[in-house]
Design a protein around this ligand. Structure first.
Ligand SMILES: C[S@@+](CC[C@H](N)C(=O)[O-])C[C@H]1O[C@@H](n2cnc3c(N)ncnc32)[C@H](O)[C@@H]1O
Length: 340
């Protein structure tokens, strides 16, 4: 995620992360068409427009859409649609914006989302336990109050990569027997007490639990895998895919997708197997690009960013396989809708 921001009460401006590197890998110019799948505050979109390209922006957050509507009035060559980036191919089709020369995704939450207490993303600012990026679906509080101890432990363990998930799930269950858990501050205190306070750890003890709940209710990893598949469908041959991810589960999906789509052979040395599907991308970043010290100093929330880019070949697109790209299986935990 894009960091937990500073504890201001209002939303702070979102500083675009790795912007020169994003523009360099998109390599979009005059008359090109680019999809910005995560408009946010429009940092990338504005910079891409400056380079003379047309932009179709997407966001699922109504606040981001409101910002985009203002930009639509001010700039020709810019359009924004409210929706999920997993459907960016359908949205682009409906807008008559295919094929495209570039797709950029900057996944995670924006500063505006994290820094508004009432959105419920932050354990540093007390607010309702919401965490929804869009207006619909289950809130984090629904899951925290209704999921079984087992399901909570799976969600927090897998999506938060939290070793103490079982202990946290039991503490949640004990606390909600007394009263419902409705506030971010309440949940942060329960988790901190369960895992033994802050200690020498660099991160707040509730970081992983909050991350897990956010990813779960917004289906962030499935969204990402489907967005990569959708990008493959809309990019022309030679078009660029650029993705900035903020934690290991997301970056793993991007890495595996690009590796899978750029390989023509699979199998081991002992059991070589020629693949029938031709590569749909060639990888442009051998290693992920990370922000330098200077960027991290001026924008601490950039610190965990990883950029990966790939160039589309002319081979036909094909469906993405969740297990190949590493979307974790949640061991029979129902989807977030079950808790709404
Ligand atoms: C990190 S911000 C993007 C910031 C943007 N690059 C900028 O420079 O201002 C991520 C944005 O993606 C949006 N988002 C996250 N997941 C989404 C999804 N599945 N579909 C559409 N938008 C999504 C969030 O609502 C948020 O506004």
């Amino acid at each position: 995620m894009a960091g937990q921001g500073n504890p201001a009460h209002g939303a702070t401006a979102h500083i675009p992360v790795l912007l020169p590197e994003v523009l360099g890998h998109l390599a979009a110019g005059e008359g090109d068409r680019v999809i910005d799948g995560t408009f946010g505050a429009g940092g990338y979109s504005r910079a891409i427009l400056e380079q003379g390209s047309d932009v179709l922006a997407i966001d699922r957050d109504p606040d981001a859409i409101a910002t985009g509507r203002r930009l639509e009035k001010a700039k020709t060559g810019f359009r924004i649609v409210e929706g999920r980036f997993s459907a960016l191919d359908d949205l682009a089709d409906a807008a008559g914006f295919v094929p495209v020369d570039g797709v950029v995704l900057d996944v995670g939450v924006s500063s505006m989302q994290v820094d508004q207490a009432e959105r419920g993303f932050s354990f540093r600012l007390d607010g309702p336990l919401d965490m929804r990026m869009g207006p619909d679906g289950a809130k984090a509080g629904d899951v925290v109050n209704k999921a079984s101890v087992r399901d909570l432990a799976v969600i927090i363990g897998v999506l938060g990569e939290e070793r103490k998930a079982g202990r946290i799930a039991r503490a949640i269950e004990a606390a909600r027997r007394d009263e419902p858990i409705l506030r971010t501050g309440q949940l942060a205190d329960i988790v901190s007490a369960a895992v033994g306070g802050r200690g020498p750890a660099r991160i707040h003890p509730a970081t992983r639990t909050f991350q897990a709940l956010r990813i779960f209710i917004n289906r962030e990893l499935e969204e990402l895998a489907l967005a990569l598949q959708a990008a493959e469908r809309v990019l022309r041959e030679g078009g660029r895919l650029v993705v900035v991810a903020f934690h290991s589960l997301e970056d793993r999906i991007v890495k595996r997708f690009m590796r899978d789509r750029s390989m023509s052979d699979v199998g081991s040395r002992h059991a070589p197997q020629v693949r029938s599907d031709p590569p749909t991308f060639s990888i442009a970043t051998r290693r992920p690009i990370e922000p330098g010290e200077h960027e991290i100093e001026s924008n601490p929330r950039a610190r965990s960013a990883r950029l990966r880019a790939a160039v589309r070949t002319g081979a036909p697109a094909r469906p993405v396989d969740f297990s190949t790209v590493g979307v974790p299986r949640l061991n029979n935990v129902p989807g977030p809708e079950a808790f709404a």
